[in-house]
Design a protein around this ligand. Structure first.
Ligand SMILES: Cc1cc2nc3c(=O)[nH]c(=O)nc-3n(C[C@H](O)[C@H](O)[C@H](O)COP(=O)(O)OP(=O)(O)OC[C@H]3O[C@@H](n4cnc5c(N)ncnc54)[C@H](O)[C@@H]3O)c2cc1C
Length: 297
C-alpha cells in the first residue's frame, strides 16, 4: 500500500492567519498540516460586527465570517486537525511538533497561534467564581436576560458589550474616563439603553453567591457593590508563543531568514491586530514557504 507523502509544513492555529496560510499552501500543491486546539476561527469568533473586511458592504458578524472561512477550507479540502501543539522544537533539520495526540516532523513551520488573555491583576477571582468569569464573549452569546459585567475600556470591551446588549443588561467597568479605542464603538454603546458605562471604576473583589456573582467596585474613592450573572474580562492580550521550545527560540533569526519559520498574525502584530492583516500574513507566509521549497528542490 502506498503511504501518504510526508508533510512539508505545519501551521499552528486555525484563526484567520493560519486558515489563509493553509488554504494557500494547498493551492500551491504543498502538503501541510493545520493544527487547532479549539474550534477554527480564533479570536474572530468573538467579533460582534466586522466592518473593515472587504467584501461585506454592511459588515458581517465574526461567527458568520468564520463560517465563510470554514466553508472555503472545506471546499478546498483543507482539513483542520483538532490537536493542541504542546511543544515545537528544532533538531536534525526538522521542526518536531508534540501535540496532545501525537508527534510530527516537518521542514517548515508557520506559527499562527494568536494571543492569549492577560490575567486580571486587579483582584483575586476565587475558584468558586471562575466558571462564571470569562475572557471571550462567544461562550456567552446564547445568554438571555442576564446582567453581564465587562471589565475593560478598549475596542474588545465595547464590541463585547454591543454583542451582548440586545438580549442582556451590560455594565462596562472602565479604569479610564473615556474610550481607549474607536470612538464609533463608544458612541454606539452610549446609544444602547441596555449598556451602562461606568468610567473611572476599578473592580476590587469578586465573590460567588448562589448562581451569580457579587462584585465590589471602587469609583473616585467610594466603594459600591454590584450583582452580576457573569463577568467578562477584556483587559488585554499577549502573544501565545510559549509552545516554542528553546531550540527554536534560540535560532529564531536564522530560521526566519532561511524561510523555514514564519510567525504571523496577531501573535506578532502588536497593536495591528486585525483580520485582514492576519489573512495577508497567512498568504505571504504560504508563498514564502513555496519559494523556499522550490529553492531546496
Ligand atoms: C471582540 C473582538 C472584535 C474584533 N473585531 C474585529 C474587526 O471588526 N475587524 C478586524 O479586522 N478584526 C477584529 N478583531 C481581531 C481579529 O479577530 C484578529 O485580528 C484575528 O482573529 C487574528 O487572527 P490570527 O489567526 O492571527 O489569531 P487568532 O484569531 O487568535 O487565532 C489563533 C488560533 O490559534 C489557536 N492556537 C493557539 N495556540 C495553539 C496551539 N498551541 N495549538 C493549536 N492551536 C493553537 C487558537 O486556538 C486560535 O484559534 C476582533 C477581535 C475581538 C476579540
Amino acid at each position: 500500500m502506498k503511504s501518504a507523502p510526508e508533510p512539508v509544513a505545519a501551521v499552528v492555529g486555525a484563526g484567520p492567519a493560519g486558515m489563509a496560510a493553509a488554504l494557500q499552501l494547498k493551492r500551491m500543491g504543498i502538503r501541510a498540516l493545520l493544527f487547532e486546539r479549539d474550534a477554527p476561527g480564533g479570536l474572530l469568533r468573538n467579533a460582534a460586527l466586522v466592518e473593515n473586511y472587504l467584501g461585506f458592504p454592511r459588515g458581517v458578524d465574526g461567527p458568520a465570517l468564520v463560517r465563510h472561512f470554514c466553508d472555503q477550507l472545506r471546499a478546498h479540502r483543507v482539513p483542520v486537525r483538532r490537536e493542541e501543539v504542546l511543544r515545537a522544537g528544532f533538531r536534525n533539520d526538522r521542526f518536531h511538533l508534540e501535540t496532545d495526540r501525537g508527534a510530527h516532523a516537518v521542514p517548515f513551520l508557520v506559527v499562527a497561534s494568536g494571543t492569549r488573555p492577560l490575567p486580571f491583576d486587579g483582584c483575586a477571582v476565587p475558584g468558586a467564581a471562575q466558571g462564571r468569569c470569562h475572557h471571550e464573549v462567544w461562550p456567552l452569546r446564547r445568554l438571555r436576560g442576564r446582567h453581564i459585567v465587562i471589565v475593560g475600556g478598549g475596542d474588545a470591551a465595547f464590541d463585547h458589550a454591543l454583542a451582548l446588549a440586545p438580549l442582556n443588561r451590560v455594565t462596562l467597568l472602565m479604569r479610564g474616563a473615556g474610550p481607549r479605542g474607536l470612538l464609533l464603538l463608544w458612541e454606539r454603546a452610549g446609544n444602547e439603553e441596555a449598556i451602562t458605562l461606568s468610567p473611572r471604576t476599578r473592580l476590587t473583589a469578586v465573590r460567588a453567591r448562589g448562581r451569580g456573582l457579587e462584585l465590589t467596585c471602587a469609583r473616585e474613592g467610594r466603594s459600591f457593590g454590584l450583582k452580576a450573572d457573569r463577568l467578562l474580562f477584556a483587559v488585554g492580550r499577549e502573544p501565545a508563543l510559549d509552545f516554542l521550545a528553546a531550540s527554536v527560540a534560540r535560532r529564531l533569526p536564522e530560521l526566519k531568514a532561511a524561510g523555514r519559520l514564519h510567525l504571523i498574525g496577531d501573535a506578532v502584530n502588536g497593536r495591528f491586530r486585525q483580520t485582514a492583516i492576519a489573512v495577508g500574513d497567512g498568504l505571504r507566509a504560504a508563498m514564502a514557504v513555496a519559494s523556499a521549497v522550490e529553492g531546496r528542490a
